[in-house]
Design a protein around this ligand. Sequence first.
Ligand code: GTP
Ligand code: MG
Length: 195
Amino acid sequence: MRITSAEFILGVANLRQLPKEEIREVAFLGRSNVGKSSLINKLCGRKALARKSTEPGKTRELNYYLVNKTFYFVDLPGYGYAKAPEHIRSSWGNLIEKYLKTRRQVALVVQLVDSRHEPTPLDMMMIGWLEYYHIPFVVVLTKADKLPRSKMPNYLRAAKTTFASFEYCKDVIPFSSITGDGRHELMQIITHHVA
Ligand code: GTP
Ligand code: MG
C-alpha cells in the first residue's frame, strides 16, 4: 500500500472524546523524543503533518490522522519525560493503559525504541501491556542512521532475541526518518493489519 492522503482530524486529551466510528487504528507508542511524529511524517511523505516536538514531553493528546481515507494513525503522547511533574506522568499512564485496554479499533501498535539504547523499563512495561491485552505490535528501532552500519546486524539480532518471547510481537524493524530505511517493511506490516 502507498499512502496517498493523510490529514489531521483531531487531538483528544480525554478518552470520552475518541472518534466513535469503527475505523481501524494504528497507534504509535514510545518515550518522549524517540521519533514518533517524525516516523509518521516519513511514512506519509509529509514534512510537518505530525508536529515534531521542540519541547520534549509536550504532546499530551492522542493525535488522530486519517490515512487514505480508510484508517487512522494515532500519535500517542510520549512517556518517560523526566522533567514532567509526577501527576502528569501518572495521568499519562492511566490514559494510555485505558486506551490500550478498551479501544477495540486498535489493529496494530508500533512500539518505538531508540536504537542506540537498551529498551527502558517503561518501554518494557508498555510491551508487557501490549502482550497482556493481546494487541499485535511491531517494535521499531528508531534513529538507525545514528548507529554505525557495521553494528546493526548484531544489534538487530540481539533485539530480535529480546522480543522473540512475546507472542504478540510481529517483527523488529530498524528505521530512520532521515534515510527512510525500514519504511517499506513497516508499511507491509501496517497494510497487513489494517486490511
Ligand atoms: P514527543 O512528541 O515529545 O513524544 O516526541 P516524538 O517521539 O514525536 O519525537 P520527534 O519525532 O518529535 O523527534 C524528536 C527529535 O528526534 C527531533 O529532533 C527529530 O528531528 C529527531 N529524530 C526523529 N527521528 C529521527 C531519525 O530517524 N534520525 C535522526 N537522526 N533524528 C531523528
Ligand atoms: Mg511527537
